[in-house]
Ligand binder design. Sequence first.
Ligand code: GLN
Length: 448
Amino acid sequence: NDVLASIDATDGKVGAYLTIDREDALAQAKAADEARAAGSQLPMLGIPVAIKDLLNVKGQPCTCSSKILEGYIAPYDATVIAKLREAGAVLLGRVNMDEFAMGSSTENAALGKTSNPWNLDHVPGGSSGGSAACVAADEAIASLGSDTGGSIRQPAAFCGCVGVKPTYGRVSRYGLTAFASSLDQIGPLTKTVKDSAILLEVLCGHDKMDSSSIEMDVPAFAKNLSNGTSLAGMKLGLPKEYFVVGMDPEVEQSVRDAVEHCKSLGAEIIDVSLPNAKYAIAVYYIIATAEASANLARFDGIRYGMRIDGKDPIELYGKTRAAGFGSEVKRRIILGTYVLSSGYYDAYYLRAQKVRTLIRDDFTEAFKQCDAILSPVTPTPAYKLGEKSDDPLKMYLDDILTTPINLAGNCALSLPCGFASNGMPIGLQIIGDAFQEETILKVGHAFE
Ligand code: GLN
C-alpha cells in the first residue's frame, strides 16, 4: 500500500511505469501477509518489485516500449518472474525503457516519457530508465532491468541506485525479449548492495530453458555480506584507460575519493591496464546491431502485436515494421544487416569478434593481478532531457566504460559514490571476473 501511495503521489511527474497491476499487487501483498503470519521465511516475501517491460509476465502486456508490440499479451512467465513469485515478491507492474533496450536515456521509448527523480529536467539513463527511476523515487523497493551494454549500471548511476550486471550465464534469459543474445543479462536494481545481493540470489541458477545458462551452485550472496566491511587483503585495480579524455572532472574526483575509501578499509590499490578498451564502442555497436537485426526479425506483423495489412505477406511485413519500429531501432537493424551482409561480414563482423576476444583477454590478464577493478560507470552524470537525443553517436560514445564488460561476459556492479555540484548522483563501477559476484558485492557493501 505504501508503495502504491508513493506511485500515486510521484509517478505523474517521474513517469516510470507503463502499467500498474494494482488489484493483482494488492492480492499478492495480502497473500504475502498471510504467509508471513503462517511463519513463511521466503527471501522476498511481500517485497514490491517493478519489472522492465521486456520481460514476459503471464497475462500482462510486454511492450518493450514499442508500438509494434501493442496488443501483445505474454502467454507465460519469464524464468526470473517465476523465481520472484516463488520467493514471495509482489509484482507491481512494468516500467519504461528505451525501445527494445536500445538507448541510454529512455528517450527512445515509444510509449512514455521518464524523468530522473533527482531533477525532473534530467534523463534517468537507459535503457532501464524506468527500473532505476522507480527505485530512486520509492515507487518500488527493487526492480529488474536488463544490461546489454550498460543498461542496468548506467541508469543506476544516473539515479543514485545500486545495479548489478551478472556474469553471462548466471541468470536465465528465458522470457526476456532478446536484443543482443551474446551480451544480454538480467539483473537487479535496488537502493542498497545488500538488497541487490538478496535479489540476485533469487534470480540466479541454471535453467534448462536457456541454453546459455550455466550449471553452477548459487552462492549465498546476502549471507556472505555479513562478514563486515573490511577490505583487508584485497587487491583492487585501477585501469588508466578508464579515466578517459573528456571525462567530467567531478565524476573523476568522486571515483578517486571512493578509491581512497577502499584504501582506508585495507584494500591495496594497484594500476592495471585494459589496452583494448578503446575499441569497445566500435566492437559493441557492430556485434549488438548484428544480433539485434536477427533477433528483431521475429516482429513481422504476423506473430506478435501490431499488424498493418498489405496485398501480400511481404507488404504486410514491410508496412508493419515501418509503422511499428521507432527510428533508433530501424537505424540499428539497418546497421546490423549491413555488417552481416556478404562482402562486409569479414571486414566488420568477423573483425569485431576478433577484437572482442582481445578485450576479454585484457580482463583475464588484469584479474591475474587484482580481485576487482574500480572505475566510473559513465563519463558524465545524468544530462538534461533532449540534450543528446538528436545525436545518437554522441550517446553511443558514453557507453565506453560499460560495454567492455558485456563483451567480455564478466560481472559488474554500479553504486552511488557522490554527487555533482548540480545535485545529480555519480556512480562507481566495481568490475569482477566471471562468476565473482561475491567479490564485487563485498567491495560494494564496504560503502554501506
Ligand atoms: N546504451 C547501450 C545501447 O544503446 C546499452 C543498451 C543496453 O544495455 N540495453 O545499446
